[in-house]
Design a protein around this ligand. Structure first.
Ligand code: ADP
Ligand code: MG
Length: 310
């Protein structure tokens, strides 16, 4: 392609909200064979909501939510934010107003009014969080977090979590003083266009793949056949490299801090415009409309620019 063609294509991209950082990135996109999507915030809306609260102890729901939200209050994780938000509304409204479709208003009781004191908070990457409340250990996260700390999960609790996961929800377990006290189900719906884009890529001869830190069952329920689940935060770049091993050209689409090493490792990194600055910096493309259809726009634009003139 001539420099003029590249300039024109870059302009066409920009007017569609597809920002391209240079001619090399524009050229590589035409050769993409795999598009690896991050799940949370990229394929999904990134608006996690608690849909299920099940207490497996003597505690009532209010006590359970207070304990779990207190433990999660220091976490930046979207799952933690969903839990704290839910608990805030539980304490402000009555429990029956918290249905799955409830529109959470920005109001709510001031958190300081009911949060418990937390000691020794720590985030466990890819697993959850741990801390101490009233001198007792509190764990909130996935199975691995609990079992690695020696908390056993009964068949009854396990079945409850499996049921959540099979309906594409993330099951979050909470343990207090060595015992499971309850489970929360969190849903994060897919973006409206996700399925169409996945199908569209396949029709173009490009293979869609999903990578996530979430568990296998929830990941599989999303509907993309090629899935890498339970990937540790540092592991996403490794997944990109594994696809590149045979010389394949790989695009990565992501939004999070976790995704930036993978965006940098990919032949074509595409950041969601609403994503974190670090992801945007690491990427070759920024999709300003936050619409996954622009992954296809970007590949099309490159194909049109380079195939004709070569
Ligand atoms: P992702 O953002 O793709 O879900 P993460 O590595 O951030 O990947 O998290 C992986 C899993 O670890 C989550 O699905 C969840 O089960 C658990 N987890 C991580 N952080 C938290 C947290 N603050 N509270 C509860 N669970 C968590
Ligand atoms: Mg994400």
């Amino acid at each position: 392609a001539t420099p003029t063609a590249v300039m024109v294509a870059t302009g066409v991209g920009a007017s569609n909200g597809v920002l391209i950082k240079g001619g090399d990135a524009l050229e590589r996109a035409q050769k993409v064979q795999y598009v690896i999507f991050d799940k949370t915030g990229t394929l999904t809306q990134g608006k996690a909501k608690v849909t299920t609260v099940k207490v497996f102890s003597e505690m009532d729901r209010g006590e359970f939510l207070t304990l779990v939200a207190s433990a999660e209050a220091s976490s930046e994780h979207p799952l933690a934010k969903a839990i704290v938000e839910y608990a805030r509304h539980f304490h402000f409204f009555d429990e029956n107003s918290l249905t799955e479709d409830a529109q959470y208003s920005s109001k709510g009781s001031p958190i300081s009014a009911w949060l418990l004191d937390v000691a020794e908070f720590s985030a466990v990457p890819g697993r959850g969080i741990q801390c101490f409340i009233d001198g007792k250990q509190v764990l909130v996260g996935n199975r691995k977090l609990l079992t690695e700390s020696g908390v056993s999960i009964s068949a009854h609790v396990e079945q409850f979590v499996v049921d959540l996961e099979e309906s594409a929800r993330t099951g979050i377990l909470a343990a207090y003083d060595g015992n499971v006290i309850g489970v929360l189900g969190v849903a994060d719906p897919l973006k409206r266009e996700a399925a169409v884009v996945v199908e569209g890529l396949q029709k173009m001869g490009v293979r869609p793949v999903m990578v996530t830190g979430d568990n296998w069952r929830t990941a599989q329920a999303v509907g993309i056949r090629d899935v890498r689940a339970e990937v540790m935060p540092a592991g996403k770049a490794e997944v990109v490299r594994s696809f590149q091993k045979d010389g394949s050209i790989v695009a990565m689409v992501g939004d999070g801090i976790n995704d930036s090493p993978a965006l940098a490792a990919a032949d074509v990194g595409m950041a969601i415009g609403a994503g974190t600055d670090i992801a945007i910096e690491a990427a070759d493309y920024v999709l300003m409309r936050n619409n996954l259809e622009d992954v296809i726009t970007a590949i099309d634009l490159s194909r049109k620019t380079f195939s004709r003139i070569r």
